[in-house]
Design a protein around this ligand. Structure first.
Ligand code: ZN
Length: 232
């Protein structure tokens, strides 16, 4: 029976090889999307314990936020850039969850991020249909496993599809993204400590926009964590 199972597994591997999404190696755990080598190659920022860290400084004066963390540096032509591409465009949801668990472990260890619930930055429904899942939600699932707190979706919602946003500069982006988000069923977040989760922190425009609408909810305390801090 074991032999039959082994042969079945070998045939499955032949047609659907389970390989590392970073380097293509097949020396990889069954539940992992990355090999040991790639896991240790990821450039952790070490920001979780640091007050006034570079991720926090990006949002200074723009949002009332208790703490900000970005887990890894995102550089051009890097392993992390390749992994984000796999996550967003190759439907690698499990990879997102695994990366989320790495982020969650950093948050858990620091103790600066006590939250009642996680909220992922939502994707527009049109993009959600194209992509099949929200990469921020996949990351959130991994973080939730580590912190053992619930994820609250469909309260922070995305309102408009904005095609031109990537062509605008920083100020233009802010003005344009202001109206992107809204709140439904605000009572679900009343009087809660919320940890807002996204994949990448670049200019902070998206997180600022989310934070502004969340700030309208009474007695909500906000912290933010993203998987990456972009230098692109
Ligand atoms: Zn690898």
């Amino acid at each position: 029976m074991d032999l039959v199972a082994d042969i079945a597994a070998a045939i499955t591997h032949l047609f659907y090889p389970h390989i590392c999404l970073g380097c293509g190696s097949d020396k990889i755990g069954q539940d992992s999307s990355l090999c040991w080598y790639c896991l240790h190659e990821l450039p952790a920022t070490g920001f979780a314990d640091q007050q006034d860290n570079p991720a926090e400084k990006i949002l200074w004066g723009r949002l009332s936020v208790e703490a900000v963390h970005a887990g890894f540096f995102l550089n051009r032509d890097s392993l992390m850039e390749q992994l984000l591409y796999q996550l967003k465009y190759k439907h690698q949801k499990n990879l997102g969850e695994q990366l989320g668990m790495l982020l969650g472990a950093q948050l858990k260890e620091s103790g600066r991020f006590r939250a009642d619930a996680l909220v992922p930055v939502p994707l527009h429904p049109k993009k959600l249909r194209q992509r099949g899942f929200n990469q921020a939600s996949a990351i959130c699932t991994g973080v939730a496993r580590q912190l053992d707190i619930p994820i609250i979706e469909n309260v922070l919602i995305r309102k408009n599809f904005n095609r031109s946003q990537t062509r605008l500069g920083r100020i233009g982006r802010w003005e344009n993204s202001r109206s992107l988000f809204g709140i439904a069923h605000p009572h679900r977040l009343w009087n809660k400590r919320i940890l807002l989760i996204d994949d990448v922190l670049t200019t902070g425009a998206t997180l600022e926009s989310c934070g502004q609408v969340l700030a309208e909810i009474p007695d909500l305390k906000l912290s933010i964590a993203t998987l990456c801090l972009s230098s692109l």
